[in-house]
Write a protein that binds this ligand. Structure first.
Ligand SMILES: [Mg+2]
Length: 108
């Protein structure tokens, strides 16, 4: 199954199951799922000898599925947009931030 198929299938299922919520509700759900994933990543990082990645996998899936619901509702080809953004990001210069993340250098 391609990402486009998943977007269409999950998006259709979610719209039906959750009675066509406003797209903003999907945005709030995504924020909730990202928060859960971040909590699991923090826990995993503090217990790096724990090989159990079950929760991380489940939370990654939750995030992806909600992204699919949003993309389906917005009419966005998520796979095409991700590949396009990947190419853009590869061409950027990145600077490490104090919190361990990286930020691209903004062009003047
Ligand atoms: Mg979750």
């Amino acid at each position: 199954m391609s990402l486009s198929d998943l977007t269409r299938d999950f998006g259709g299922w979610a719209d039906t199951t959750f009675e066509n919520p406003p797209i903003q509700a999907y945005g709030r759900k995504l924020a909730h799922e990202v928060h859960e994933l971040n909590n699991d990543l923090e826990d995993f990082g503090m217990n790096a000898d724990n090989p159990d990645r079950t929760n991380i996998g489940a939370e990654l899936a939750d995030c992806l599925l909600v992204l699919c619901a949003i993309a389906n509702r917005a009419g966005v080809d998520l796979e095409r947009e991700a590949l396009k953004k990947f190419e853009i990001n590869k061409g950027r210069t990145w600077i490490k931030q104090a919190d361990g993340t990286h930020q691209h250098v903004k062009k003047a």
